[in-house]
Write a protein that binds this ligand. Structure first.
Ligand code: T1G
Length: 708
């Protein structure tokens, strides 16, 4: 028996322990080890029943996702999968009891459902999260689950992939007993209780499969929900179809139909993209030359300067994570306004039953509004979130230098200004870092962590851990203008405006990107964030703009007209009381005037030109960012775009998407645009190199990792 699966006996019960840390994935050798243990138990006359349990922190968290890439790349042939093991478990003469703690996800739950019984501790979670990887359960999960919990719940679990807490799963009939104390002891006792009882194989239980009449509305509602909440995704629809097969076909046929649907999803670009994202969200936490064992600062007390939209949201993040936070403003009126916004945000969550009034009160109690620096000398981290002006920020950091304790991290939430220049206002640049939150700060998962030239490893490591504690995805970026996300968003939104100047309709540009999968089109996004934000930055950086380079004309004009977007009721669009966008003849007139003044004869612009110009603007700037080392890997850029800019996960991110198109094709289009539109489209040298070598951004990452 491999050491991936351990076998022992406790008097008359065999115990099979999966020992494949960190999550007991069903990696090669694990299914085989369980099967070997089962055979041993069958051959041992003293054994009356079997307990299958996970070692370490969890039961089995699913198939080994790393194996899928080997199958889809052809490196590895698809074998019989888990079915032989599942039938061996289900047909075992001696009943097998799955004992669950931590997670039983995906293949882990499918293994547990093939067992005669399932017991679990209340804190554990079960689920079929495969759709989050762009696939569906591939080991009869869609066939056994409805037989245990009924059709409606099985569809929901397979279509959305969300975890189900054990007490709820027990009520559904998925867990036979919730174990109060020691899981193994409880499972052994349960196994002895049921050792001699007759076992009904799950695959033979049909009483919960309902009738066609009962099921029809369930499946049509599920498909309706998929259309609304899972736009463009293929796996949820495949999951629904697979569960439907369980209600219309005999078990063995249903398993075949599930396998067909599973293969369709597994080989899809959507699944490759979502698996890329799964690993990418974990890769970004790995910083070359900042080893895992780097000492970090404990963050027990926080302080935020500025109670505006960003400062208030940042304070909420700390309160949500259980960290008391001081919130300083310069006037009582601004402070009251900030606290009122925070209270209103929390009340909204209570109203939506996201959490209780008590939870809101506890969070509010963790935020201390004040007009002074009282208590800042005890803070472990101070986050500056004031107006985007360098002079003000330097003044604040100079003041903090004299107040904060020596091991207090000084973070700026600046979205564009230089962390090095801000750090120069202190005598402790090694303690200064950028924590760039995205609005609304208490909602958006992305946190760009901006390393200054002198930022210490300990401050970086602490920031990466703090991001996780705040429920954020922390991505380390370099200290260039706009860092990574906004630096790329500039060309993206610039091209959207150029396309309108050249003849594209506003709504056509937005629709093209929405149809690509973006949460919102680029012009609507501008209206949402506020056109005046970019307008102010352009004015701040005017002196840096290269002369003779084409600049977008329309948004400055819209701002001069006081049309900042949703916040003023009008920007590119006019907004009704429900903030729904409507085309506005005033803007059409303005576009006509601007074209005429610029001597532009409007032309037809097709959807492909819109998506190519916007998406390749991202990829081209991303390539420059990689080259300059302002992002560690192309996947870091992808994770930034998914979590900060509404890029669709099923497209993997701007760099992954460019890889799927083929960098040679991307480069050809960039060269076309360069010829048509001038220096802004100069191809990035890295893009030219990789395209010339027939390589991908992903290969660039692997080479960088190998070289690290
Ligand atoms: N396969 C391979 N590696 C995995 C893995 C998996 N299923 N799950 C986690 N890891 C790695 C992860 O990359 C990280 O690696 C380390 O384990 C710790 O993970 C047949 C087809 C279980 C809730 O989708 O949801 O079964 O960065 O940081 O925060 O029908 O991991 O340390 O190198 O996330 O404590 C279905 C995915 C698979 C579950 C634990 N199962 N995993 O969270 O740790 S498809 C899933 C999770 C399937 C069947 C189908 C979480 C977790 P590294 P972590 P965590």
């Amino acid at each position: 028996m491999s050491d991936l699966v351990l076998y022992s006996t406790q008097q008359d019960v065999a115990v099979i322990t999966v020992n494949n840390p960190p999550v007991n994935a069903l990696s090669p050798g694990v299914p085989e080890g369980i099967a070997e243990g089962l055979a041993k138990a069958a051959a041992d006359e003293t054994v009356k029943a079997v307990v299958l349990i996970g070692g370490g922190r969890s039961f089995i968290a699913g198939a080994d996702i790393k194996e899928f890439g080997k199958v889809t790349s052809g490196e590895k042939k698809r074998e019989g999968g888990l079915h032989p093991l599942l039938y061996a478990l289900e047909d075992s003469v001696k009943p097998v009891v799955a004992a669950i703690h931590g997670q039983a996800f995906g293949g882990g739950l499918e293994v547990a459902m093939a067992c005669a019984y399932r017991v679990a501790v209340a804190a554990a979670n079960v689920g079929q999260p495969e759709v989050k990887l762009g696939i569906i359960p591939g080991a009869a999960g869609t066939q056994r689950l409805p037989r245990l919990v009924g059709v409606a719940k099985a569809v929901e679990m397979c279509q959305f992939g969300d975890p189900v807490k054990v007490p709820v799963a027990a009520k559904l009939g998925l867990i036979d007993r919730v174990i109060e104390r020691d899981l193994l002891e409880g499972a052994l006792a349960y196994a002895r209780e049921v050792a001699a009882a007759p076992v009904m194989k799950v695959r033979e239980r049909n009483e919960k499969l309902g009738t066609a009449e009962e099921n029809a509305p369930i499946f049509s509602a599920a498909r309706e929900a998929a259309k609304k909440r899972q736009r463009q995704l293929m796996a949820p629809l495949a999951a629904i179809a697979a569960v439907e097969a369980a209600t219309t076909m005999p078990f063995a046929e249903g398993v075949k139909e599930e396998a067909r649907l599973f293969a369709e999803c597994l080989f899809s670009t959507q699944s490759k993209a979502m698996i890329h994202v799964f690993f990418g969200e974990r890769t970004v936490a790995k910083i070359p030359n900042v080893p895992k064992e780097t000492v970090t600062y404990p963050i027990k007390r926080a302080a935020v300067i500025g109670a505006g939209t960003m400062g208030g949201g940042i304070a909420m993040n700390y309160a949500n994570a259980g960290i008391p936070v001081l919130l300083k403003e310069t006037s009582q009126e601004a402070l009251d306004r900030g606290m009122k916004t925070i209270s209103r945000n929390y009340a909204g969550s209570v109203a939506k039953r996201r959490f209780t009034q008590q939870a809101m009160d506890e969070r509010m109690a963790r935020i201390t509004p004040q007009l002074t620096y009282d208590g800042f000398d005890e803070a472990d981290i101070i986050v500056e979130a004031v107006f985007e002006g360098m002079a003000l920020k330097k003044e604040i950091f100079a003041a903090l230098d004299g107040i904060a304790k020596s091991d207090c991290i000084l973070a700026s939430n600046t979205s564009t200004l230089s962390i090095d220049e801000i750090a120069s206002a202190t005598k402790r640049p090694q303690m200064v870092i950028g924590h760039h939150f995205f609005s609304p700060a208490n909602v958006m998962r992305l946190l760009e962590i901006v390393r200054g030239r002198e930022t210490s490893k300990e401050v970086i490591a602490t920031s990466m851990g703090l991001a996780k504690a705040l429920g954020k995805i922390g991505v380390l970026v370099g200290n260039c203008r706009g860092f990574v996300g906004n630096r790329m968003f500039g060309p993206y939104r610039r091209e959207a405006q150029f396309l309108v100047e050249e003849g594209a309709a506003i709504e056509a540009v937005d629709k093209a990107m929405y149809d690509f999968g973006m949460a919102m089109g680029p012009l609507q996004v501008g209206d949402l964030a506020g056109l005046d934000v970019g307008w102010r930055i352009r004015k701040e950086f005017q002196h840096l703009e290269a002369a003779g380079v084409r600049k977008p004309l329309l948004e400055d004009r819209l701002c001069e007209m006081g049309r900042y977007g949703q916040k003023t009721g009008a920007g590119w669009y006019k907004y009704d009381e429900n903030r729904r966008p409507n085309l506005d003849p005033v803007v059409e007139d303005l576009i006509g005037q601007v074209r005429a003044a610029a001597g532009i004869t409007p032309r037809a612009v097709d959807e492909a030109e819109v998506t190519d110009r916007l998406l390749y603007a991202l990829a081209n700037e991303g390539a420059r960012i990689l080259e300059e080392g302002m992002a560690l890997r192309s996947v870091d850029i992808d994770i930034i775009y998914l979590n900060g800019y509404g890029f669709p996960a099923h497209r993997g991110g701007p760099m992954f998407y460019a890889d799927t198109v083929g960098l040679d094709k991307v480069l050809a289009r960039v060269r076309e645009f360069h010829a048509q539109h001038g220096p802004l489209w100069k191809p990035a040298p890295l893009l030219e190199r990789l395209a010339g070598e027939g390589k991908t951004f992903a290969q660039f990452d692997r080479a960088a990792a190998a070289g690290a």
